[in-house]
Design a protein around this ligand. Structure first.
Ligand SMILES: NC(=O)c1ccc[n+]([C@@H]2O[C@H](COP(=O)([O-])OP(=O)(O)OC[C@H]3O[C@@H](n4cnc5c(N)ncnc54)[C@H](O)[C@@H]3O)[C@@H](O)[C@H]2O)c1
Length: 333
């Protein structure tokens, strides 16, 4: 059994806790959250021990994995400490909001040869991953365009937005990463971003210097054109579509629904069920599948699909997008 200590028991931490609890290779030993009322919940639900000091987990020689699902500003320090204690690390995206902190962390942890997986769960979505394999197998010939649509059903709470880092570093970071995953050895060279606020949500986003709608256009070294099309709300559910276009065809990884059954009657034809509501439902399978890589990382040192450097490079693109918006021009990477 691989013993895990989970740091952060909020929205995503609770979901990860349940997955770790269900996974046959893991034992969820400790849960730590700044708010002990939250971590306490894990004792009855997940048979874990709620701790008030995370050092208990770091110092416990039987703990193999530190699983970081706490708020973004906590990630880098937990990584530093977990690496120094020779633990395998899983860290949610984004690594941090500040590139300098990431670079200095990278330098510091190098001596510990750390094993780190980043929570870019979309790499594990069966549909999105099928596209990756198909691109690599040249099923659509030469890759020419990547088009990602990502619309959340509703904005996160204000308390979350305050520390999340804005639409590029918090939300679109997933799309930057997916594009890098598909492009493989063809790096992004140009980034242009624009945003808009058109609805009643504008007041909420203005409070945290953030935006309701964003579009980012990127160009790779070989000339692949990528478009990311995002909204912080969508009245019809979590809209998640990826299209890749090449010289010999096109592939789409589509939305997921409560059911694929279609109804035709006097009111309409081919009526389908709604889209799954949000990330926890839409990427349920992906969140679980990424744990298999974590188990292999902890036991066999096998590299996961997303590592520390992927976390770093995705933030480079997010920072460039924010700069492009500010300067109203294309940013060269
Ligand atoms: N991969 C994904 O799809 C995905 C989805 C949502 C969130 N996330 C990421 O996961 C992280 C958490 O997001 P969330 O939505 O669960 O937020 P959240 O606000 O619901 O939960 C964060 C939790 O961290 C705890 N916390 C804050 N500081 C702490 C500290 N110093 N020590 C221990 N616990 C601390 C808070 O008490 C809270 O319970 C963020 O970095 C976010 O970007 C990833």
């Amino acid at each position: 059994m691989i013993n895990v200590a989970l740091f952060g028991f909020g929205r995503i931490g609770q979901m990860h806790g349940e997955n770790i609890f269900k996974h046959p290779k893991f034992k969820l030993k400790y849960v730590y959250d700044r708010d002990p009322r939250l971590s306490k919940k894990s004792e009855s639900n997940l048979k874990a021990k709620s701790i008030k000091d995370y050092n208990i987990a770091l110092k416990d020689k039987n703990i193999d994995v530190i699983f970081i699902a706490s708020s973004t500003p906590t990630h880098i320090n937990f990584i530093r400490e977990a690496a120094a204690h020779k633990k395998t690390i899983f860290c949610e995206k984004p690594l941090d909001l500040d590139l300098n902190k990431i670079v200095s962390c990278k330098k510091y942890i190098k001596k510990f040869s750390p094993r780190i997986q980043i929570g870019f769960n979309r790499r594990y979505d069966p549909g999105h991953y099928y596209l990756k394999k198909s691109i690599d197998q040249k099923k659509i010939g030469q890759l020419q365009k990547i088009i990602i649509t990502c619309r959340d059903p509703a904005p996160p709470p204000l308390a979350y937005l305050k520390t999340a880092g804005g639409i590029f570093k918090d939300m679109i970071i997933h799309d930057f990463d997916l594009i890098r995953f598909y492009l493989k050895n063809d790096p992004i060279k140009e980034v242009f971003a624009t945003t808009s606020d058109l609805s009643e949500y504008a007041t909420l986003f203005k409070k945290v210097n953030d935006y309701e709608l964003a579009t980012v256009v990127l160009k790779s070294k070989k000339g692949v054109l990528c478009t990311i099309n995002n909204a912080r709300h969508s009245s019809y559910g979590h809209d998640q579509r990826v299209e890749v276009f090449g010289t010999k065809g096109m592939l789409i990884s589509n939305n997921k629904r409560e059911s694929e059954v279609e109804l035709s009657n006097s009111q309409g034809t081919n009526t389908k069920k709604k889209l799954l509501n949000f990330f926890i439902e839409r990427y349920q399978e992906a969140y679980y599948l990424q744990l298999h890589d974590l188990a292999d990382l902890a036991t066999k040192k096998k590299q996961p699909r997303a590592n520390f450097d992927d976390g770093h490079q995705a933030l480079v693109l997010a920072v460039a997008a924010a700069k492009s918006l500010k300067l109203k021009k294309i940013i060269k990477i």
